[in-house]
Design a protein around this ligand. Structure first.
Ligand code: AMP
Ligand code: MG
Length: 350
């Protein structure tokens, strides 16, 4: 299949592109599109066959449910059994925005969209092109991140093309995304809202609206025996770079010293070693393939660039990567959750 790459201009001239994209969705095809978090791979959420195509295009296990994207609040009611009061408050506060909420699903939503679950994940993205695309389609877009399963989520249209060219009908190129990590997921089907995946919307922000929230222990990567994460996707190794990734944790001076000596050792044995550095420490690294992920003083820059840096190391072919711990005050939980997965939880304390 030929994948059409359409660059959006952000003007009225895009309406023909949205119309074409909408028709592809109505006909059961797939279109990747930008959102404020990462690029999504969209299909008609109410068409069981479209959801199956999404799993196939991504190479994703079919028990890993998709998020249903809507563009209007009125689209929520038909696809859920009921809307808890907490969901109304959270939607008022954070929709459109990077928050996904889990509801009990209505019969309208096929099980292939929810990975066989009786619950459905719903989000209204805060992105003009995403909303326009949803409105031009069937109004319900099932979309996981638009990467091949096991690769980092795409933050540029070129990432989508490198993973899915020839496997989907169209890619809408809206430029670089703003946030860079996937949405916060909160489950509202129990008595107390439970955070299933950390993102831009922090536990404190959720708590300020609904009072108490619980945090799925799976988020830290440590699970009591015999238990599973509540978001099925959280159990999969999200992304293993080709080079082995290590997170180095400790005082700044110790971290840079450790990484410098590890890079020097790697070089002696002929290895190409990558370093994930913050802007503040850039000058302290003497050697290796050093990439600045962002600035601790502007922590959102770290979330925005993390996945692109991981992809770049794969393109360069480094065999080993050392990262500073990116445990910043606000977005640290969301960033470290992704970084720990990419590192298979290898943390070196110095
Ligand atoms: P992605 O959009 O690729 O980041 O994947 C969607 C994420 O949402 C995965 O981690 C899923 O496991 C999670 N998810 C989607 N639907 C549900 C649901 N009904 N219950 C729990 N988690 C869900
Ligand atoms: Mg994903």
């Amino acid at each position: 299949m030929e994948t059409e790459l359409c660059v959006l201009s952000g003007t009225g001239a895009d309406s023909a592109i949205f119309e074409k994209a909408g028709k592809i969705i109505k006909d059961g095809g797939l279109v990747a599109f930008p959102t404020e978090t990462v690029y999504g791979l969209g299909g008609d959420a109410l068409n069981a066959e479209s959801s199956k195509k999404i799993y196939a295009a991504k190479g994703r296990p079919s028990d890993n449910p998709l998020i249903v994207h809507i563009a209007e609040m009125s689209a929520l009611e038909p696809i859920v059994k009921s809307i808890p009061e907490s969901a109304k408050l959270l939607a008022d506060a954070f929709w459109p925005g990077p928050l996904t909420m889990i509801f009990n699903k209505s019969d309208m939503v096929p099980y292939s969209t929810t990975g066989g679950l009786d619950t459905v994940a719903v989000r209204m993205p805060d992105h003009k092109a995403a909303l326009e695309f949803i409105r031009n389609s069937t109004g319900y877009i099932a979309a996981p991140s638009a990467n091949r399963s096991g690769r980092p989520s795409p933050t540029l249209a070129s990432h989508v093309m490198s993973d899915l060219d020839g496997r989907i009908e169209m890619v809408l190129d809206g430029g670089a995304v703003g946030i860079g990590v996937e949405s916060t997921i909160v489950d509202l089907t129990g008595d107390v809202p439970m955070l299933l995946r950390p993102g831009y919307i922090t536990p404190d922000m959720l708590g300020s609206i609904v009072g108490r929230i619980e945090i799925d222990p799976a988020i830290g990567g440590i699970l009591p025996d015999g238990t599973h994460p509540k978001a099925p996707g959280m159990k999969y190794k999200h992304y293993a770079p080709q080079g082995e990734l290590y997170i180095v944790s400790g005082e700044d001076g110790n971290v840079t010293a450790y990484i410098n000596s590890a890079v020097a050792k790697g070089k002696e044995s002929g290895e190409l070693v990558g370093v994930i550095a913050t802007e503040e420490n850039r000058e302290l690294y003497k050697d290796g393939v050093v990439r600045v992920v962002g600035s601790k003083a502007d922590e959102e820059t770290i979330a925005r660039h993390l996945f692109a840096v991981l992809r770049e190391f794969d393109d360069i072919g480094v065999t080993r990567i050392y990262s500073e711990e990116l445990d910043t005050p606000r977005m640290g939980m969301a960033v470290m959750n992704r970084l720990l997965k990419a590192a298979a939880h290898r943390v070196i304390k110095v």
